[in-house]
Design a protein around this ligand. Structure first.
Ligand code: ADP
Ligand code: MG
Length: 381
């Protein structure tokens, strides 16, 4: 990782709550655990020697059980909490060296937050809530409104701008929270358990929407969750915290298949692989032809090289699979982001299904491909 790829750098950060932070750090450095430090010094260890960096444009998930230090850590990134020891650099700047004015500007323009409990102003409309960031930034009202409407459209709330938060469901309120954070144009988004209070179905809708938005906007997103499925689904990389200590930082695959220690291993053991693997990890891209191009000769030639050919006619894409004679047939399709487990019911009914990326069919998934992908990643028992 080169310096310009790094957005946030956390260097040897300790956070001690209590009156004897120096003694507590000395105990920790001598190898004491969180409970011992509490007994000996009366101090609570929030974070212990945290050292890692977050890349520009990645979705970085911080996960751990309740009390592991997730909120304490994320609040360091905008200096809502100051470290007891260590340094935090955002965009190469040591945020502890910012004066009050610089810090205010940084919080208004550089970094924005989405809260678990939405944090909307109840007596202001959806639009007013959305544009409070730009207004504070000094953007004129007309521009702020245009910007706010744009963000509301992005999160699927066009038409709701004059409602009040209480008139919206929880999922919709959190969409406003997201629109409000996006409206500041900050390139870092902090999301502390932003979806944890939502019902499972709404939560999964929000995850998809966040992925779509992130694919377009490429923010640096720091997303906290205690839900491993959510972490695996959203995170480019995941950090696992326990008792204020960083146990592992890695991709979902690294965490699942190369856990750094027993704790992480126990943590991930219960993951259902069929939900943690996605169609894009298993499918095969195949040539895409229009129906005019898909002459029998051309199709046959391509099928000698590829397991299938997608035939599009402007309406529904069809699949011509190797071994099957005759016409391309209409089959079910899934998005490349679908979990393998979601593909199984379709694959039970059909030998192969289409896989779409960004709405366009680009490949196919067979039973065998899905099964092999799972087999490749299965941990030995
Ligand atoms: N202001 C505070 N004063 C004392 N202890 C705190 C304070 N804030 C957090 N803690 C303690 O720090 C630890 C980490 O808390 P927190 O970051 O809120 O965890 P999480 O967000 O992972 O649930 C916990 O042991 C918690 O009790
Ligand atoms: Mg928390």
């Amino acid at each position: 990782m080169t310096a310009s790829d790094v957005k946030i750098q956390i260097e040897k950060v300790y956070k001690i709550f209590g009156d004897r932070p120096d003694d507590a750090i000395a105990e920790l450095r001598a190898g004491a655990q969180k409970t011992e430090v509490l007994q000996k010094t009366g101090c609570v260890v929030g974070l212990k020697d945290i050292d890692f960096s977050i890349r520009n444009g990645e979705t970085f998930v911080i996960m751990g059980l309740s009390g592991s230090g997730k909120s304490t850590l994320i609040r360091h990134f905008n200096r809502l909490i100051e470290p007891t020891a260590g340094r935090i650099l955002v965009g190469g700047r040591n945020i502890m060296e910012m004066n009050a004015k610089e810090l205010l500007a940084f919080r208004r323009n550089g970094i924005s937050m989405v809260f678990q409990r939405f944090g909307l102003l109840p007596h202001q409309t959806v639009l007013e809530n959305t544009i409070c960031g730009p207004i504070l930034q000094g953007v004129n009202r007309r521009e702020a409104v245009a910007l706010g409407m744009e963000q509301l459209e992005l999160v699927g709330l066009k038409g709701f701008e004059n409602r009040f938060p209480r008139q919206l469901s929880g999922g919709m309120q959190q969409r406003v929270g997201l629109a409000r954070a996006l409206a500041t144009k900050a390139d870092v988004l902090l999301m502390d358990e932003a979806f944890s209070a939502l019902d499972p179905l709404i939560k999964s809708d929000m995850q998809e929407q966040l992925k779509d938005i992130q694919a377009r906007l490429k923010k640096t997103i720091i997303f906290i969750t205690h839900d491993l499925d959510e972490a695996l689904h959203l995170g480019d990389r995941i950090a696992i915290l326990k008792d204020g200590e960083l146990r592992q930082v890695g991709t979902g695959e690294e965490i699942l298949f190369r856990p750094a220690d027993d704790y992480v291993e126990r943590f991930v053991r219960k993951v259902d692989l069929s939900r943690a693997m996605y169609a894009h990890e298993a499918f095969t891209k195949v040539p895409v032809l229009t129906s005019a191009e898909a002459t029998p000769e051309r199709s046959a030639a391509l099928l000698r090289e590829h397991p299938g050919v997608v035939v599009t006619n402007g309406v529904a894409p069809r699949l011509l699979a190797r071994g099957a004679t005759g016409e391309a047939i209409a089959v079910a399709s899934v998005d490349a982001g679908a979990a393998i487990g979601q593909c199984f019911p379709l694959l039970a009914a059909q030998d192969a299904i289409l896989v779409t990326e960004g709405g366009a069919a680009t490949g196919m998934l067979t039973r065998e491909m899905a099964f092999k992908a799972l087999a490749r990643s299965a941990r030995p028992v």
